[in-house]
Write a protein of this length. Structure first.
Length: 131
């Protein structure tokens, strides 16, 4: 006596077997490199080449901008629109700013050039801290 679910079971087995067969054909190996077919140029005597121009010197290191959150505490309660955030960053002397929600997880690395602006759900500033 056969079960009424036997055709479904056999169909499922067939699909699983087909999936295994297809994945067995896949490979993660890169394609073999082919040799260039162009002829070798310049087999005669070489001609001198002018040296390349010297590389430009690297730019001077940037001066550190140490954050000071004391002069910006008066902005607690303001909205965090981009123009206000940038103005607060400049007044704090910070190089960068990070806007976080009150309960938002954040990395705990201390960066003396960063101003952290903590906001509530309404987008109002609730705290300003360096780090």
């Amino acid at each position: 006596m056969t079960s009424p679910n036997a055709p479904r079971f056999l169909l499922g087995c067939a699909v699983a077997a087909l999936a295994l067969a297809v994945t067995g054909c896949a490979t993660n190996e890169p394609a073999p490199a082919t040799k260039p077919t162009s002829p070798v140029i310049g087999t005669g005597p070489s001609t001198p080449v002018a040296p390349a121009a010297p590389a430009a010197p690297p730019p001077p290191p940037r001066m550190q901008q140490i954050c000071n959150d004391k002069p910006v505490q008066l902005y607690i309660g303001h909205n965090t629109v981009p123009s206000t955030v940038e103005m607060i960053r400049k007044k704090a002397g910070a190089y960068m700013v990070r806007v976080l929600g009150e309960n938002q997880p954040a990395t705990m690395d201390y960066n003396q050039e960063r101003l952290n602006i903590i906001t509530n759900e309404a987008g109002k500033i609730t705290a300003l801290r360096c780090g």
